[in-house]
Design a protein around this ligand. Structure first.
Ligand code: HEM
Length: 130
């Protein structure tokens, strides 16, 4: 752990703190691991998709519709959807195969630091400790 692109929370936090706070970063967030994804429902950062089938339908339809966030500092609304997210035209067999592939990523339990929600700051240390 601890490389430039690892999930190490300390290194990750330092990396995020160094990012420029500019409109180009609006809508950017951590892509979760797909390791053991069959066991980590619900999906997406809001938990709005309950099954892997729904996730595949979501990506097959082009990744949903994004409501642009409010403009920053009077500028235009920044785009938040990656240009790779386009309708895929997958047939039912291809969608099933993708679901089975994702299920095949099930294995040993992941280390706790890979499943931890790093999008919120850790709790402050208890006051009064020596
Ligand atoms: C058939 C193609 C794809 C499959 C099977 C797939 C699979 C998945 C799955 C299963 C998740 C949910 C993970 C979770 O919530 O624990 C996910 C989330 C995500 N994927 Fe994909 N993905 C595909 C295409 C893409 C593409 C093309 C992009 C970017 C260009 C992308 C970026 C993301 C991001 C950013 C998330 C996190 C979304 C969120 O938390 O709201 N995916 N993907």
């Amino acid at each position: 752990m601890g490389g430039a692109f690892s999930d190490d929370t300390v290194a990750g936090k330092a990396k995020l703190a160094a990012l420029p706070q500019d409109p180009s970063k609006v809508g950017a967030f951590r892509t979760p691991t797909l390791g053991n994804v069959a066991q980590t429902a619900p999906y997406l950062h809001t938990g709005r998709l309950k099954t892997l089938e729904e996730v595949i339908d979501f990506f097959n339809s082009g990744g949903g519709t994004i409501t642009p966030p409010a403009p920053i500092a009077g500028g235009p609304p920044p785009p938040t959807k990656d240009s790779l997210l386009v309708p895929l035209g997958l047939c039912d067999d291809e969608k099933s195969a993708l679901v089975e592939f994702l299920k095949a990523l099930t294995g040993q339990p992941l280390p706790a630091n890979l499943t931890q929600d790093t999008s919120v700051p850790p709790p402050a240390p208890a006051s009064g400790s020596p």
